[in-house]
Design a protein around this ligand. Structure first.
Ligand code: HEM
Length: 289
């Protein structure tokens, strides 16, 4: 991706480029690799289909819903059903191939699919080969889909806003670049090395405060409030609340996170770009939340 950008710039010395689709493809490829490892190309096809499905889904939730209409054989419903089936068949194919390889004694791969299947097989073995224990094929398929849907758009949204804000705040862009070059001169770019990136972390925390990829957390109350009521915890409003963050709440000021999230929020529940509690995002450790 960077090579392509450099090539475009070098022709004229400058060019206009919509980075958003490139960042979407980048995050989809990274997640495909993490989820399916060597079957990454097949994963890519699945993710293209899920992306198409997402568009239909967005149109559907933005329209008035007539109860039962999702079962009608409309053009859109038929297309969504077709994609659902195609994704299932493709994922089933990857899972079956992996199962065969595991049966032949091939070491399991350290990707999401390998971990889920290994866990499932262990459960089944521990329960005397009872196939009703462990994760079902449906569970594995749904987990793979969730991994993609939850991680792809959110990551690319974060990246694109980080680029916008760093281009508007050149001093922070220079500090961030300097830190990346300095840190990765001494450490290989591994997951562990990320904890040495103090400025980058502050910048990303501030980007997620101003432009959280998920703007609200919908919930249905079970006990209090009374039960059955739909509530929405608004991330965007909490992150821009002047009473919580001060008069400069709408400004890009990564320095507010210089001593961590607890200090920046004065230990109040005011910052939750990755959710909170038992359903917190699995990616929360990356940002030291
Ligand atoms: C900047 C990037 C990200 C943001 C802003 C973000 C945001 C969130 C939020 C707000 C939730 C909570 C949803 C709720 O409580 O209803 C969540 C859950 C989740 N996220 Fe992320 N996420 C990001 C990256 C990722 C990545 C890279 C992955 C995996 C590849 C991922 C996987 C998940 C999963 C599986 C859940 C569901 C956890 C559960 O319900 O138990 N997220 N994310």
């Amino acid at each position: 991706m960077i090579n392509e950008w450099e090539r475009l710039v070098s022709k004229e010395g400058a060019c206009e480029l919509d980075v958003w689709p490139c960042l979407q493809t980048l995050s989809a490829d990274v997640i495909s690799l993490a989820a399916f490892g060597s079957s990454y190309q097949e994963g890519r096809k699945i993710f293209q289909l899920l992306r198409e499905q997402e568009k239909f889904f967005t149109t559907a939730i933005q329209s008035v819903y007539i109860p039962g209409s999702r079962f009608l054989p409309t053009k859109q419903n038929k297309k969504m059903k077709k994609i659902y089936e195609e994704v299932r068949v493709l994922l089933k194919g990857i899972i079956n191939k992996r199962e065969e390889a595991m049966k032949l004694g091939e070491a399991s791969k350290h990707d999401l699919l390998g971990i889920l299947m290994e866990y499932s097989l262990k459960e089944i073995r521990e329960h005397g080969n009872d196939r009703n224990t462990g994760m079902s094929l449906e569970d594995v398929i749904e987990e793979c889909k969730l991994f993609y849907l939850a991680g792809q758009e959110t990551t690319s949204v974060l990246l694109v806003w980080a680029m916008v804000l760093l281009s508007q705040n050149q001093n922070w862009q220079a500090r961030t670049r300097e830190e990346v070059l300095q840190v990765f001169e001494s450490y290989p770019p591994t997951y562990d090395a990320l904890r040495h990136l103090k400025v980058v972390t502050m910048v990303l925390l501030e980007v997620l405060r101003l432009y959280p990829a998920a703007v609200e957390l919908p919930r249905t109350s079970r006990k209090k409030t009374p039960a059955g009521v739909d509530v929405s915890i608004h991330i965007m409003l909490a992150h821009h609340d002047k009473e919580l963050w001060g008069e400069d709440a709408d400004e890009f000021k990564p320095e507010r996170f210089s001593e961590g999230v607890a200090k920046a929020t004065k230990n109040q529940f005011a910052y939750f770009p990755l959710g909170a509690g038992p359903r917190i995002c699995i990616d929360f450790a990356t940002l030291h939340l």
